[in-house]
Design a protein around this ligand. Structure first.
Ligand code: ADP
Ligand code: MG
Ligand code: MG
Length: 249
């Protein structure tokens, strides 16, 4: 499903990713844990196709296709969805309108007609209920004045509606209180399916109590330095990242 091979990336002349290798099979949830500055967000930006990230080596295959050759919107059509640490605000556009436009953009790119209003309303109502999102929230401009928890819930709602095959969640837990964390985790868990893979990036173990990963990868100094089962997250919480940094040094 997702295969990252020996990925090297530079930002402003500095090498940030130094040979990332990672295989994420269909239907699995993998976590990436690593300390601040280790390059986790850089990896998610490169997956998204953000400008200014210079790939100097390696490949990223999504269902066998090299996504590095695709534009960001083509990647979304290929089934990639990214939830970022700092979601963008969209002033002047009701969340509802934004969501419908996002669905229709995806359908258009796939050569399908626009979604009917009743179908759209039904889908939003169903997915929204699970995330405690009411119609008042959907009338407000996307993310403008939203609390941290509201932003994350709106993001998971987008994810539920767009039905991606690969979801990347970067620091989805930061700034969430325990109630919001539970709602978001429940929403994410509901989207787990045999056809869908998820990459959950976090530097706290806490989120992984709620979204239990199949595999945990430890990220240090721009690469994956260890992979293991879910217990690896607990060991990291207890011991920290210092051992890995000694190895790097
Ligand atoms: P993490 O998400 O693990 O905290 P990041 O990927 O955000 O790590 O950052 C990794 C390193 O890359 C840091 O040293 C950071 O300062 C640097 N970096 C990331 N983005 C940029 C950028 N746009 N310009 C300059 N340096 C950057
Ligand atoms: Mg960071
Ligand atoms: Mg980050």
């Amino acid at each position: 499903m997702l295969e990252i091979r020996n990925l090297h990336v530079r930002v402003e002349e500095r090498e940030i990713l130094k040979g990332v290798n990672l295989v994420l099979p269909a239907g699995e949830v993998h976590a990436i844990m690593g300390r601040n500055g280790s390059g986790k967000s850089t990896l998610s930006y490169v997956l998204a196709g953000k400008e200014d990230y210079e790939v100097t080596g390696g490949e990223i295959l999504l269902n066998g296709e090299n996504i590095l050759e695709m534009e960001p919107n083509e990647r979304a059509v290929a089934g990639l969805f990214l939830a970022f640490q700092y979601p963008v605000e969209v002033p002047g556009v009701a969340t509802m309108t934004f969501l419908k436009a996002a669905i229709n953009a995806q359908r258009k790119a796939r050569g399908e007609g626009e979604i009917s209003t009743p179908d759209f309303m039904r889908a939003v109502k169903e997915a929204g209920a699970q995330l405690n999102i009411d119609s008042e929230m959907l009338k407000r401009p996307l993310n403008v004045g939203f609390s941290g928890g509201e932003k994350k819930r709106a993001e998971i709602l987008q994810m539920a509606l767009l039905k991606p095959t690969l979801c990347v969640l970067d620091e989805t837990d930061s700034g969430l209180d325990i109630d919001a964390l539970q709602i978001v985790s429940k929403g994410v868990n509901a989207l787990r399916s045999p056809e869908r893979s998820m990459l959950v990036i976090t530097h706290y173990q806490r989120l992984l109590n709620h979204i239990v990963p199949d595999v945990v990868h430890v990220f240090s100094d721009g690469r994956v330095v260890e992979s293991g089962g879910k217990d690896l997250a607990l060991q990291l919480e207890a011991k920290g990242y210092a051992d890995y940094e000694k190895d790097v040094a």
